[in-house]
Structures are given as C-alpha cells and as structure tokens.
Design a protein around this ligand. Structure first.
Ligand code: HEC
Ligand code: HEC
Length: 197
C-alpha cells in the first residue's frame, strides 16, 4: 500500500500520526471518538497542549471555536494540509465530540520562554488595538473567538502575520482589520503577552 500521507507531510515527530496512517488503517475505518482523539493527540498533544513547533494547542479553546474551525476544514474552506485526510471523514457528531473534549481540558503554557519586556509591550498594544473586546480581558476567548492565553508563541506569531498579510480563507474579516498595519515586532510582543497569561 502506498502512503499518500507521508508523501506530502512529515510531522516534526515523524512516526506518530504518519505511522498511524501508513500502518494500513485508512482514516475511513477509524470509528470511535477515542481512536480519533488519538490521531489529534499525535500533533496537538496528549492533553491538548501542543509540544510541537507551530502546531496550536486546543486545550481550553471555546468548543464553538473548535467546531467552527473543524467544519471550515472539512468543507475545504480553511485549508490545513496536515489535517485534510482526517477531517474529510468526520461526521457532525465527531466534530461536536472532539470540540467538547478539547474545550474541557486545562490550557497550559508551552515550554517556550516568555520575555517579560515583550509581554509588557504586548499588553499595551492589545489595549490599544482592543483585542480584549472580542477575545475577553483574560484572552480566554468566547464563542467563535479563540483562546489566545497560553497559546504557543510560534503559532500565534505566524497566524497573526497571516491574518495581516493574506487572511486565511473563511476567516472572520474582523480579525484582519484588528491586526492591520501592525509591525512584525508588534506581533511578536502580542504573542509573548498572550502566552504569558
Ligand atoms: C498531522 C498533524 C495534525 C493532526 C493529526 C491534527 N492536526 Fe489539527 N492542526 C495541525 C496544524 C499544523 C494546525 C495549524 C494549521 C495552521 O497553521 O493554520 C492545526 C490546526 C487545528 C485547529 C485550529 C486551531 C486554531 O487555533 O486555529 C483545530 C481546531 C484542530 N487542528 C483540530 C484537530 C483535531 C480535532 C484533530 C484530530 C481529529 C487534529 N486537529 C489532528 C496539525 C494536525
Ligand atoms: C472584532 C473582534 C476581534 C478583535 C478586535 C480581535 N480579534 Fe482576534 N479573532 C477574532 C475572530 C472572530 C477570530 C477567529 C477568526 C477565524 O475564523 O479564523 C480571531 C482569531 C484570532 C487568532 C487566531 C488564533 C488561533 O488559535 O487560530 C489570533 C492569534 C487573534 N485572533 C489575535 C488577536 C489579537 C492579538 C487582537 C488584537 C490585535 C485581536 N485578535 C483582535 C475576533 C477578533
């Protein structure tokens, strides 16, 4: 059997998710929620807190945010190549079950070092740009708005640049407006601030 999965995506911890796909169990045969969660864990962390560079943590995200993003991915609107083979076969009840599971897990900081000076500067920028009006003062997120607090710094930095430079398809345009005109340095400071909470 050829393994399409490994051809185009090699996770930094190659072996986990890819081995699963390449072992002969096609995603279509993966039945229970527990089995699906095992796939997610390979990239997003056992407890929903990602230890892998540029892969977001899901722990403590509002359930509706996760559901919405999974739906957008399944419908091919938000394109995440690494996840495409998994999401295409998810049923509506899987989306709900997965979202509720991750929403209940406690969000933990990653082991990336937080720079206190940058975090302080980030707090000022967040104040000025009204980030908290949508993501809440604690940046814990609500409804379709994601948790930013304790998210990985590398993921936050990349994703904020992408909202600024080439907004992801299907994404809320409010977010691109909120970050328009920010410098790379502002974005790094915002990421350190959110991660520090
Ligand atoms: C092979 C690695 C991999 C696997 C397996 C995987 N993901 Fe992902 N996931 C990613 C990457 C990489 C991103 C970030 C994409 C980007 O930069 O926009 C992501 C993004 C997400 C997001 C959006 C989070 C956000 O903050 O924007 C959700 C929700 C998500 N994944 C849920 C899941 C679920 C649920 C599963 C299991 C059914 C799963 N993922 C399996 C790699 C993976
Ligand atoms: C008007 C409401 C609003 C404001 C203000 C706002 N955001 Fe957002 N933000 C959103 C929404 C809605 C999303 C989800 C968009 C999507 O569907 O991709 C989002 C997504 C994000 C994400 C993606 C996180 C992830 O896990 O994928 C980051 C990072 C983010 N916002 C940071 C910020 C920062 C920093 C500010 C202040 C500069 C800010 N936001 C201001 C509404 C807002």
């Amino acid at each position: 059997m050829t393994c399409a999965f490994s051809k185009w995506w090699r996770p930094p911890v190659f072996g986990l998710a890819a081995a699963f796909f390449c072992s002969g169990s096609a995603p279509a045969q993966i039945g229970s929620l527990a089995e699906k969660l095992q796939l997610c864990s390979a990239c997003h962390g056992e407890d929903g807190n990602s230890k892998i560079e540029k892969i977001p943590s899901l722990a403590g995200q509002p359930a509706f945010f996760i559901l919405n993003q999974l739906f957008l991915m399944r419908e091919g609107v938000r394109k995440v190549e690494a996840m495409a083979p998994i999401v295409k076969d998810l049923k509506d009840e899987d989306l709900t079950g997965l979202s509720e599971h991750f929403a209940k897990l406690p969000a933990k900081r990653s082991d990336e070092p937080v720079d206190a000076g940058l975090a302080k500067k980030g707090a000022e920028i967040a104040e000025h740009r009204l980030c908290r009006s949508c993501h809440l003062p604690s940046l814990a997120g609500q409804e379709q708005m994601p948790r930013l607090a304790r998210q990985r710094i590398d993921y936050l930095t990349d994703t904020l640049k992408s909202y600024r430079d080439s907004p992801r398809p299907g994404a809320d345009t409010a977010m691109s407006a909120a970050i328009a005109g920010a410098t790379d340095a502002d974005i790094v400071a915002l990421a350190h601030y959110a991660a520090s909470l």
